[in-house]
Write a protein of this length. Structure first.
Length: 364
């Protein structure tokens, strides 16, 4: 296949023989459009493509140069600034390095013709700026900030009690918004009680709860079908069924579904509606968690994903089988579940005491 017929190539995106009014800006824009086309052909999510494109544009503004003039030392200077001035996380820096490397793989690939195009128009051409010797290596399976952890049981109870108190306060004062406060309290509890990510919980609908014949005591909320699980690169959202394990959480969901949610008078099956019958989004979950966290004086590093961490940790502490927990949260590998957890000191001491008692014959 010749360069002329390759989607995303310079020959397709730039009309040959036509003088460009602003050649640098127009060639750069065509590069970004071609890279977007290449990524769409891999079935990557539009949000991923947009985020990567914006990152390249930000790097161009920072460097005040075009990609065909970027050199490895530009990347090294950016990395130094990111670490020293902005205290960027390891994972953030690595993400930028990966994105830049992918972009340069595209514009340096001879099949797309950008090297020849830049040489002809600007007398220089793009070269890969990301190498093993100047980029962050992925040496650790877990790169999140150390403060991102599971909540203790006391912290979790404090959070849920505070959310419930918010509902009571709004009702007592006769103010509007008690239904929204009830929704927010229930949403946070569902995040924890079924080990959900932000997008997974916000995309839920009433029809996603169902019966589990092996646990009839949970009624119509014995299982939860997660239809918008985290996708692998280029793939559709992954589905999984999460079995209900907390009776108190089932009661909370039943109260929301039968007594409060019907007051919204919806025509859709959206589980978490807004006041205008829309759907709350992941950023709203961030906002609610942050507000309650700050009001309680909990560490600022904690976010809503900590509820999922807490779910895994608490199940393991309570003796649930690790394979069951892994399947509940949708991890492909047990190693992911292992690094995801923080088994508490109390639990480890309990296990130690039990082992010592068994070894030395102490106790009953």
């Amino acid at each position: 296949m010749g360069e002329e017929s390759v989607p995303g190539s310079a020959a397709v995106l730039l009309i040959g023989g036509v003088r460009l009014l602003h050649p640098e800006d127009q060639v750069f824009a065509a590069m970004l459009e071609g890279w977007s086309l290449q990524q769409r052909s891999r079935f990557l999510a539009e949000s991923t493509i947009t985020g990567r494109r914006q990152l390249i544009e930000r790097f161009a503004r920072w460097s005040n140069e075009y990609p065909w003039r970027w050199r490895p030392q530009d990347l090294e200077e950016w990395t130094s600034d990111a670490i020293a001035e902005r205290q960027a996380a390891h994972s953030t820096v690595r993400g930028v390095h990966v994105t830049l490397s992918l972009f340069f793989d595209y514009i340096c690939d001879p099949r797309y013709g950008w090297v020849d195009e830049c040489q002809r128009r600007f007398g220089t051409f793009p070269v890969q700026i990301c190498h093993e010797w100047n980029t962050v290596l992925h040496r650790s399976e877990f790169e999140a900030r150390p403060g991102n952890r599971a909540l203790t049981r006391a912290e979790l109870q404090l959070l849920f009690d505070h959310a419930d108190d918010r509902v009571d306060e709004v009702r007592r004062l006769g103010r509007k918004g008690w239904m929204a406060a009830f929704r927010d309290a229930t949403l946070l509890k569902v995040c924890y009680a079924w080990g959900l990510r932000r997008r997974e919980v916000t995309m839920l609908e009433t029809v996603d709860f169902g019966r589990n014949p092996k646990a009839p005591e949970f009624g119509d909320a014995g299982s939860l079908l997660v239809r918008y699980g985290k996708a692998k690169a280029g793939g559709p959202p992954r589905r999984r069924t999460v079995l209900s394990v907390f009776g108190w959480a089932v009661e909370v969901v039943e109260e929301w579904m039968t007594e409060v949610r019907p007051l919204y008078e919806l025509r859709s099956a959206v589980l978490w509606p807004t006041e205008r019958a829309g759907r709350v989004g992941p950023e709203y979950v961030n906002k609610v968690f942050k507000r309650y966290r700050d009001e309680l004086g909990l560490p600022g590093e904690l976010g809503p994903h900590c509820l999922r961490h807490s779910y895994v940790t608490h199940l393991l502490e309570d003796g649930w089988d690790p394979l069951f927990v892994q399947q509940q949260v949708g991890h492909a590998w047990s190693s992911t579940t292992a690094i995801y957890t923080k088994v508490s000191t109390d639990y480890k001491n309990t296990m130690l005491r039990q082992a010592l008692d068994d070894r030395f014959g102490i106790g009953g």
